[in-house]
Design a protein around this ligand. Structure first.
Ligand code: NAD
Length: 508
């Protein structure tokens, strides 16, 4: 099997060949599971061959990863930060090539592919600073000659299971923080993006090797649900960070909880943009375009519901339909393309089923609504007028389909925003301070991400990222998310000769 000439150049730059071994186990590339072909969503042609992990590979990798954690956690945190700094630099050197690979294998447009790699670089920078700020606290003790303090210790091994739509950025949110916190990482990427898993791992492995550190500190597997389940069941993994659908996330959580492990869940979104009648229309149109069409509607933060105040309903809608008709659809690697293909042929079929359901539930297609005949998985960007109470509106249809609804009052808009099972991202467009503060307040949006005058997607890494309800409640990336990757030791130290008991208890 050979590559297309144009693709070959950047694949080689990130260590991908026509045949690839899909496990990085104890510092060695190997694999004894099934062989799969990874395909380009723009034409459904094979890009390269990958041998996936078997359960035997998993066991060997986990054993080494568990042992490596004991060494890694004893290295001072700022020194661990230095390793993550080097990973960031190694990524900087390959941002363009890795970004191309993300675009080729996942199907997102090139600026988004490069942006995804940039997000990990940003995470590395954040984590380097953090490595000198994993601060505990000193708490006043009620007992004489006693001191209470809180110290943060590493967990051991952190398991990371990721979804296809961000084949490496989500690894970055987790791994950069987990590593500076002193944990080794075991990663299973999405089964349809194994080349990104391999290329990303090669970059991390190169840095570990250069520093004479065990490769098992970062262990990676290409594979599917069986490897994911093995991670969920593994008592050597105290924290499993799972990104994916709510359905699979729930089952992973149940498995992890059964063994008293902890889960960090980043699941489905069903995100709304609310537009009040004082909103600046052009800002709204640009924001909705990026939020609803970016990544072909396959971001967890994609805007799926557009709630328009009745006074500006027609105006915004007309403008949006006009803009949608000009969207350039095509090869995601080509300059100027705004809408690439859906990730798989199955996603294309889901789109078709979704459109059928929309129609059967009374939805009116204003533009789009069809697959585009081609060898790839292209579909039309679609706008639908539909009732907020339709069943399909409660689901996450992972495609560029935007539901538009009318409302009269702010209260009604908030109710609609909060009426779906998911609670990831939300945004309001208004300049009125009372609405802005009510929107971000206790009776406002119930989501984890509550924006004003910007789209629902495109979060910065400095804030904690995640959502409520069926989105799973996890928080990753910035702010104080790091605390989830460590265990808190509350230490009371008696440096006196007496034994006074708390609450004044006399026990003799
Ligand atoms: P998915 O649930 O099908 O798969 C996610 C991962 O879970 C994959 O690596 C898959 O191999 C693995 N997996 C499948 N079955 C498993 C099992 N039984 N046990 C353990 N692991 C298993 O999701 P997907 O289709 O890859 O991704 C799309 C979904 O991810 C969407 O719902 C999207 O909203 C969500 N997502 C959420 C966020 C977020 O931050 N909230 C980010 C990205 C994607």
């Amino acid at each position: 099997m050979s590559f297309a000439k144009r693709e070959y150049e950047f694949l080689r730059e990130v260590g991908i060949g026509p045949k690839n071994l899909g496990c990085y186990v104890n510092g060695v590339w190997k694999a004894s599971g099934p062989t799969v072909y990874t395909v380009n969503p723009a034409n459904n042609q094979a890009i390269a061959e990958v041998v996936e992990a078997s359960i035997r590979d998993y066991e060997e990798g986990m054993r080494a990863c568990y042992e490596a954690a004991k060494l890694w956690m004893q290295i001072p945190a700022p020194k661990r930060g230095e390793i993550v700094r080097q990973i960031g630099d190694a990524l900087r050197a390959k941002v363009y090539h890795l970004g191309h690979l993300v675009s080729l294998e996942m199907g997102k447009i090139l600026p988004e592919g490069i942006g995804e790699v940039q997000e990990i670089i940003d995470m590395c920078d954040f984590a380097v600073g953090l490595s000198r700020q994993l601060n505990g606290s000193v708490i006043p003790s009620e007992r004489p000659n006693h001191m209470m303090l809180e110290k943060w210790n590493p967990l051991g091994v952190v398991g990371v299971i990721t979804a296809f739509n961000f084949p490496c950025a989500v690894l970055g949110w987790n791994a950069c923080i987990a590593l500076v916190c002193g944990n080794s990482v075991v990663w299973k990427g999405a089964p349809t993006t194994p080349l990104v898993t391999i290329a990303m791992t090669k970059i991390v492995a190169g840095v570990l090797e250069k520093n004479n550190l065990p490769g098992a500190i970062f262990t990676a597997f290409c594979g599917g649900a069986d490897i994911g389940q093995a991670i969920a069941m593994d008592t050597r993994i105290p924290l499993v960070s799972f990104t994916g659908s709510s359905k699979v996330g729930l089952s992973v959580q149940q498995t992890v909880n059964k063994r008293f492990g902890k889960c960090l869940l980043e699941l489905s979104g069903n995100n709304a943009i609310v537009v009040m009648d004082d909103a600046e229309i052009e800002l709204v149109v640009r924001s909705v375009l990026f939020a609803a069409v970016g990544t072909a509607g396959q971001r967890c933060t994609t805007c799926r519901r557009l709630l328009l105040h009745e006074n500006i309903y027609q105006k915004v809608l007309e403008r949006l339909v006009e803009v949608y008709k000009q969207i350039k659809i095509g090869d995601p690697l080509e300059k100027g393309t705004l809408l690439g293909p859906l990730h798989t042929h199955a996603s294309r079929e889901n789109f078709e089923k979704g459109i059928q359901k929309i129609k059967s539930e009374g939805g009116k297609i204003l533009t789009g609504g069809s697959v585009i005949p081609s060898e790839g998985n292209f579909v039309q960007p679609t706008i639908v007028e539909i009732s907020a109470s339709a069943d399909i509106v409660k689901e996450e249809l992972f495609a560029p389909v935007l539901y538009v609804m009318k409302f009269q009052t702010f209260k009604e808009a908030v109710e609609i925003n909060n009426s779906v099972p998911q609670g990831l991202s939300s945004s309001i467009f208004t300049r009125k301070p009372e609405l802005i503060f009510n929107w971000i307040g206790p009776l406002g949006s119930d989501c984890g991400i509550v924006n004003v005058n910007i789209p629902t997607n495109g979060a910065e890494i400095g804030g904690a990222f995640g959502g409520e309800k069926a989105t799973g409640g996890g928080r990753e990336a910035g702010s104080d998310s790091w605390k989830q990757y460590m265990r808190r030791s509350t230490c009371t130290i008696n440096y006196g000769a007496e034994l006074p008991l708390a609450q004044g208890i006399n026990f003799c």
